[in-house]
Design a protein around this ligand. Structure first.
Ligand code: GLU
Length: 482
């Protein structure tokens, strides 16, 4: 088989959303698996809605995901002459014609249709006598160029995912190829580019299925070979409606900002429509690219489950080496405006990150639940306060513990634990009561790594200060009088 060539062709009218990212990923995986070529093309012919900064953002998201491209990025806006030439060729060969109907004419006709049926261009200019057509063209009457769809027969294709799809030509309207301002439509641009870029497989979202017969007609009229089409199942939200902003974050950048790792997002997206032959859930990009099979993609809609993504992320987070994790945590703290005031040395930072790593689901957790490990400016989580500081005697115990810990000459986990337990035994209270209360005092949270490890990481001075601060807080807030 000759070289496989695929492309990802986003329009820079928005950020890269998860559906687009999955399309990019499947193209990338297929290209890598088949030793083919992955082309990136920016479909920016809609001058009003396309923005260069969105192109930049899309490219950044692709890079962040690790989806490198072999050719491009090509910009359709650089190729306008090519589209106009193709439209003229199609006119010359009789496959297209100028249409002089104004938008007002068309709107008036459309509004006359009743019964909710979609309106289809009625062919007013299709059969215009050639003489009249030439006269209007010579007079410079504004016009679009429409494709002349055959009146009978059908247009079909064998989709690699959805199987045979056929449409009666009668149902296809004479669609526009070139607008009156000379801008190509999507149909014209996409076919010209896929022909010129020798694309062998068009892999894109199922929302494009209805566009495919039109594009096939253009290929045929241009005398070009058809690529293979593979449409990818829709992505739905947990409520089974099409995934949209209503469901929360949809852009790749938003997931990055939530502390999701690119390798986790890529793994998660890959499984929205494809299952590896071995059924693995956790499968890094490299391994996926050796197993991916476009023909094995399912046509059933895929459901985007944010909980599963969070779980997957925690799996990847746990597996990160310190070389990779430490800079990510540093960046996250910076992003959240946390100046790491309490960690003065690199080994200490690494020790803290290592301790937190198994408990974190996202990078964000380091700056949220894990905040107290990096700065003294943290608050007591209301749920933790309510749950573990209920007992009115807590303030006194925390202060007593502070006093005992302050006097220690050595601050190992064994000694701090013995100190805490000594206090609870003397007072006839359960160790758990004071352990939980102390945890809230030291971390602001109801769950944290082992308490005596936390003390060790914080150090004697800071542990004592925090216990005193909590005792004072409890007495002053009056919520818990001793
Ligand atoms: N620019 C189109 C889109 O973003 C590309 C569709 C295609 O791949 O043909 O949906």
């Amino acid at each position: 088989m000759s070289e496989i060539r695929v492309r990802f062709a986003p329009s820079p009218t928005g950020y890269l959303h998860v559906g687009g990212a999955r399309t990019a990923l499947y193209n990338w995986l297929f290209a890598r698996r088949m030793n083919g070529v992955f082309i990136l093309r920016i479909e920016d012919t809609d001058a009003d809605r396309s923005k260069p900064e969105l192109t930049t953002a899309i490219l950044e998201s692709m890079e962040w995901l690790g989806l490198n491209w072999d050719e491009g990025p090509f910009h359709q806006s650089d190729r306008l002459d090519r589209y106009r030439t193709l439209a003229s060729e199609l006119e010359r060969s009789g496959h297209a014609y100028p249409c002089f109907c104004t938008p007002e004419d068309l709107q008036a006709k459309r509004s006359r249709v009743t019964g909710g049926r979609p309106w289809k261009y009625d062919g007013t200019c299709r059969n215009m006598p050639d003489e009249e057509r030439q006269m209007r063209l010579a007079a410079g009457v504004p016009h679009v160029v429409r494709f002349r769809v055959p009146e009978s027969g059908e247009t079909g294709f064998e989709d690699m995912v959805f199987g045979l799809i056929t449409v009666e030509n009668q149902e296809i309207e004479d669609f526009v190829l070139l607008r009156s301002d000379g801008q190509p439509t999507y149909h014209l641009g996409v076919v010209a580019d896929d022909m010129d870029m020798r694309v062998t497989h068009v892999v894109r979202g199922a929302d494009h299925i209805s566009n495919t017969p039109k594009q096939i007609l253009v290929y045929r009229a241009s005398g070009a070979n058809l690529p293979v089409f593979a449409h990818l199942p829709l992505i739905l939200g947990p409520d089974r409606q099409r995934l949209s902003k209503r469901h929360g974050a949809t852009s790749v950048g938003a997931y990055r900002d939530q502390g999701i790792l690119p390798e986790a997002l890529v793994n998660f997206l890959a499984l929205l429509g494809w299952t590896p032959p071995g059924g693995e859930e956790i499968l890094p990009l490299e391994a996926m690219s050796q197993q991916f099979d476009l023909a094995a993609v399912s046509k059933s809609n895929a459901v985007f489950d944010p909980e599963k993504l969070a779980w997957m992320n925690s799996q990847y987070l746990r597996a990160l080496t310190m070389d990779r994790l430490v800079p990510l945590v540093e960046a996250e703290l910076k992003l959240s405006g946390i100046e790491s005031t309490i960690i003065d040395s690199h080994p200490k930072f690494e020790e803290t990150v290592t301790m937190l790593q198994p408990r974190m689901r996202t990078l964000k957790d380091f700056s949220q639940g894990g905040r107290a490990f990096f700065t003294d400016a943290f608050e007591y989580a209301p749920d933790a306060r309510k749950k573990f500081w209920k007992d009115p005697a807590i303030a006194g115990f925390l202060q007593d513990l502070a006093g005992r810990l302050e006097k220690l000459d050595s601050f190992t986990t064994e000694i701090t634990e013995a100190t805490l337990r000594g206090l609870t035994e003397e007072n006839g209270i359960k160790a758990g009561l004071l352990i939980n209360a102390t945890r809230v005092a030291l971390t602001g949270q109801s769950v944290a790594p082992g308490l005596f490890d936390v003390m060790k990481v914080l150090g004697q001075k800071r542990t004592v200060e925090r216990l005193q601060r909590a005792g004072k807080y409890l007495r002053e807030s009056g919520a818990n009088p001793a």
